[in-house]
Design a protein around this ligand. Structure first.
Ligand code: PEP
Ligand code: MN
Length: 295
């Protein structure tokens, strides 16, 4: 009956029959929870920062030290990475198990929690040893058996939106995770494919409108990733600030000590000095727009 008119947008019926756990119980219902002592969905707007790829031990230790100094809450970085093409040079290569070890060292040395991507079921237990949040990347958003397997660990999860998916599809994927009894789920908007992205190098457009739209429907915290969305460093500041203004519950930013030398996606990371300025501005926007704070 309720599949008669499967739309791309969400119907009242969907809230009851398609994703009852993901939908709000009432208009004010919000999930507020802590991960590694950091509150999500409440007054605080946590910041995840770090390189695209965990390139080396030196890099990840240096980034951990600097983002911690700048009041960021989680260190991000992929050891297992979805790379769009299968060919690898010596430098442009995942660091995999080694990368996970380096993240563990950074976590221990600088006392900063970790968010990192897991791509395959067979690595869930390895990645879970170091990750405080398991990142499910956009490309895996609709890999339903994988979502279920990640959810069963009961680890906090961040589910990135696929760049071609509707909010309805995204919340359907979220429901697979909540259905396993996993309650610590964060959504992450990271840009969608549209006809115009305003630069040759930019593949995606940050869908800021999905933030208030999601908040009408779901109680889950939603964060914004301006780095993957824009693919272009000069736009990261304005989109990070706009993400906060839009009501995001967190921001994930790519940070690299020498952005031009980043081994993966060198056009998108900001450097430490830019991060420092951005943290101050994000805090101001959070305060003036919502009475919230970044740090
Ligand atoms: C990432 O955050 O490292 C990443 C690969 O992002 P996405 O899945 O959004 O492309
Ligand atoms: Mn990337």
């Amino acid at each position: 009956m309720d599949n008669k008119f499967p739309g791309k947008d969400i119907s009242i019926q969907d809230l009851k029959s398609k994703f009852p756990l993901t939908a709000k119980k009432n208009k004010n219902h919000k999930s507020i929870f802590k991960i590694a002592g950091v509150e999500f969905g409440g007054k605080k707007i946590p910041i995840f920062a770090g390189p695209n790829m965990v390139e080396s031990k030196n890099l990840i230790l240096d980034v951990a030290k600097n983002i911690k100094k700048n009041n960021c809450h989680f260190l991000r970085g992929g050891a297992f990475k979805p790379l769009t093409f299968p060919y690898r040079s010596k430098n442009y290569n995942e660091t995999r198990e080694k990368g996970i070890e380096w993240l563990a060292e950074a976590k221990e040395k600088y006392k900063i929690p970790i968010i990192t991507e897991v791509m395959e079921e067979k690595y869930i237990s390895l990645v879970s040893e170091v990750a405080d949040i398991l990142q499910i990347g956009s490309r895996n958003m609709q890999n339903y058996p994988f979502l279920t397997a990640c959810a069963k660990t009961n680890k906090p999860i961040m589910l990135k939106r696929h760049y071609g998916s509707s909010l309805r599809d995204w919340l359907g994927a979220a429901e697979y995770i909540l259905k396993e009894g996993n309650k610590k789920l964060i959504l992450c908007e990271r840009g969608v494919v549209v006809p115009h992205t305003h630069r040759e190098t930019s593949r995606f457009l940050l869908d800021l409108q999905v933030v208030p739209a999601a908040k009408e429907i779901t109680h889950l915290p939603i964060i914004v990733d301006p780095s993957h969305a824009t693919f272009w460093r000069p736009w990261v500041k304005s989109m990070a600030l706009s993400g906060i203004a839009a009501g995001a519950d967190g921001i994930m930013i790519e940070v690299h000590p020498n952005p031009k030398k980043a081994l993966v996606d060198p056009l998108q990371p900001i450097d430490y000095r830019e991060l420092k300025n951005l943290m101050i501005l994000m805090n101001k926007v959070a305060k003036s727009a919502w009475g919230r704070k970044v740090y």
